[in-house]
Design a protein around this ligand. Structure first.
Ligand SMILES: [Zn+2]
Ligand SMILES: [Zn+2]
Length: 206
């Protein structure tokens, strides 16, 4: 009899453990940020962003399945990609539904109709950033990886900040001030001012 009970209990414990594991995983996913390479993107940058965004937002950061080059968003006349169309594609992709926020990373020059270019764009849940204008080489200057990494983080934090409920800030040293040029991006850095930090709405919506 004792043996029979043991035989029964063991699979039960295993099953229970397994279901707790699955539950925990599902919960983590819903609280997390998905990083999605849209087209070909430097994997090193994704790795750096994954670690740094986890520290800054205190959220699980996952590297989502990449998306193909966004040919649908290409504007031949401008030789640029319409960021809003990439946002929509990210929002509509079933793969990313479980994630709380999605950050698309593109290595093409982005625009919205009323501006010459944008470093990124965000909606309530989805954001996209472009790496193209963050390289020194874009401005015919010698390559500098550390500048490139710092700028990518600044733009990622800025756009994710919008998805967590922040608007633009007036503080020139706050990551949430609007960047007109790379000079603004370099000046502000990737940190929130105390006011923006306290206004971040990091509660999981689900
Ligand atoms: Zn902004
Ligand atoms: Zn601020």
């Amino acid at each position: 009899m004792k043996i029979a009970i043991r035989v029964l209990i063991l699979p039960l414990i295993l099953l229970l453990n397994l279901s707790i594991d699955l539950l925990a995983k599902e919960k983590d996913l819903k609280m997390g940020i998905a990083l999605v390479a849209v087209g070909e993107v430097d994997q090193n940058i994704i790795k750096i962003l994954k670690e740094d965004l986890n520290k800054i937002f205190g959220k699980q950061v996952w590297v989502g399945k990449g998306m193909p080059t966004p040919h649908y968003a290409f504007n031949k006349k401008r030789n640029q990609y319409l960021s809003t169309m990439i946002l929509n594609a990210l929002m509509n992709e079933k793969e990313y539904i479980p994630f709380e926020k999605i950050l698309g990373i593109v290595d093409h020059d982005l625009y919205v109709p009323e501006l010459n270019f944008v470093f990124g764009e965000a909606s309530q849940r989805v954001a996209v950033i472009s790496l193209t204008r963050l390289r020194q080489e874009f401005y015919n200057l010698p390559q500098d990886r550390s500048f490139f990494h710092k700028r990518a983080l600044t733009e990622a934090v800025h756009e994710l900040g919008h998805t967590y409920g922040l608007g633009h800030c007036g503080n020139p040293l706050c990551v949430m001030i609007f960047s007109n040029s790379l000079i603004d991006t370099d000046r502000k850095g990737s940190k929130f001012c105390p006011k923006c930090k306290s206004n971040l709405n990091l509660q999981s919506p689900r």
